[in-house]
Write a protein that binds this ligand. Structure first.
Ligand code: PMP
Length: 442
């Protein structure tokens, strides 16, 4: 006879209780646990277009979009068909397959400096490999990163990381050795003088400078004009590599990612890119890419080892390829329109309630930061942390009550999709006044 746990429980509370009995915190990734907003996470059972549905049968307009991948909306027919077709031909080969080459070519078509591409399964693997490759190529050990930038849970990159590390108010992570932390230099974001100084003092030991192309893991904090170009220049002058982490921005903020909005216009390229999220269309695909002579230092051609049983998985790459092929100019135009309208509406609703805030934007990524200190604009992690964090939880829950699912942390971007039609947007907009009121009362 079936065990009681095999019977699907009908409420989120029951699911959460059951999950906590077997998964630490009831989740497989920390920020899903509602740690900073409190309450019971919604256990989702399906998703379509701009909506997700929980185990209780409630539907929400989704502004998490799987934390980025779902730019076409959930369960886009072309992507689902591609996955079903691929799955029917076999789930994993452990041998090269043509779809991997197709996807890599599509990436290079959009970002020509991605001369060679290594497909992996998570953004974490991509940045971890990028750092190893930079160290292998330069023979140096130090890595420079910015406070508030999240690059996945790589030991060397967890210091003052944003995202869930910020949400849980952790300085870094237990289990990261002193020696690995000592090889990481953390600087304030948007502070070129700090970068210049570190490179002047220790530049000859720096293997890589890694940065989010436009940070969105401390909330959205766009680079000041010319900041990224200066990073490329400084790194090059000292023989270090610039790793531009586009796991979040890549193929979301535009057809060629953040680089397309900035580097392509200004005429510079980073040494290495990392991609994830959209590149897998909701399946586990991420990538590391860059110029030939660097990338060919990876095994099997070179001495920098990296491998993966499921790397370039045929079903996952089919999802990514179908997603990128469907993400045409009209999709990016729609993402921009949706983000512009939502950002404006949120701001208007908060202003109407007298809630000091700023809506920070980077392309179609945006986030709300609360408080008079933030209202003048936030340019680094210290500024993001100085906001009125306490206003987020009541705002979040008021939206959730009214059927809108926001990121359950103030240190995360809001994600839109091209499937967010006017019906879905109107639902969000009509929920805003009550949420703004709740934020004001906090
Ligand atoms: N880099 C950035 C900029 C990210 O936003 C993320 C994930 N949010 C990662 C790396 C890590 O990717 P993953 O969660 O797939 O390991």
């Amino acid at each position: 006879s079936p065990t009681p746990t095999a019977i699907p429980a009908a409420t989120n509370d029951a699911q959460f209780a059951r999950a906590r009995g077997v998964l630490p915190g009831g989740v497989d990734s920390p920020v899903r646990a509602y740690g900073s907003v409190g309450g019971t996470p919604r256990f989702l059972v399906s998703a379509r277009g701009p909506y997700v549905t929980d185990v209780e049968g409630r539907e929400y307009v989704d502004l998490v979009c799987s934390w980025g991948p779902a730019i076409l909306g959930h369960a886009h027919p072309a992507v689902v068909a591609a996955v079903q077709e691929a799955a029917a031909r076999g789930l994993s080969f452990g041998a090269p397959s043509p779809t991997e080459t197709d996807l890599a070519e599509e990436i290079r078509r959009r970002v020509p400096a991605a001369e060679r591409v290594r497909l992996v399964s998570t953004g974490t693997e991509a940045t971890m490999t990028a750092v190893r490759l930079a160290r292998g190529a330069t023979g140096r050990e130090l890595v420079v990163k910015f406070a508030g930038c999240y690059h996945g849970h790589v030991d060397a990159l967890l210091a003052q990381a944003g995202s869930g590390v910020a949400t849980l108010a952790l300085p870094g992570s237990a289990g990261v050795t002193v020696s690995s932390a000592a090889e990481t230099i953390v600087l304030p974001y948007n502070d070129l003088a700090a970068v210049e100084q570190v490179f002047a003092e220790r530049g000859e030991h720096v293997a890589a400078l890694i940065t989010e192309a436009a940070p969105a893991n401390m909330g959205v904090v766009p680079p000041l004009p010319g900041f990224n170009a200066a990073l490329a220049r400084i790194a090059r002058a000292h023989g270090a590599l610039l790793i531009q982490d586009e796991v979040l921005t890549g193929f979301r903020v535009g057809a060629s990612g953040w680089w397309g909005l900035e580097g392509q216009v200004e005429g510079w390229v980073p040494d290495l890119f990392t991609f994830g999220k959209v590149v897998g269309g909701g399946m586990p695909v991420a990538a590391l890419a860059g110029r030939v002579e660097l990338m060919e230092r990876l095994a099997p051609l070179g001495p920098v080892y990296q491998a993966g049983t499921l790397s370039g998985n045929p079903v996952a790459t089919a999802a990514g390829l179908a997603t990128l092929r469907a993400a045409d100019a009209s999709v990016y135009a729609r993402l921009d329109t949706v983000a512009a309208r939502l950002g404006d509406e949120v701001s208007a609703a908060l202003s109407a309630q007298g809630v000091a805030h700023v809506v920070q934007r980077a392309g179609n990524l945006f986030s709300v930061m609360f408080g008079p200190d933030a209202a003048g604009g936030v340019r680094d992690y210290a500024g993001a942390q100085a906001q009125d964090v306490f206003r987020h939880a009541p705002f979040f829950h008021a939206m959730l009550e009214q059927g809108v699912s926001l990121p359950p942390s103030v240190f995360e971007a809001w994600f839109v999709s091209a499937a967010h039609d006017d019906v879905a947007l109107d639902r969000v907009v009509s929920a805003l006044p009550a949420a703004a009121k709740a934020a004001a009362a906090a």
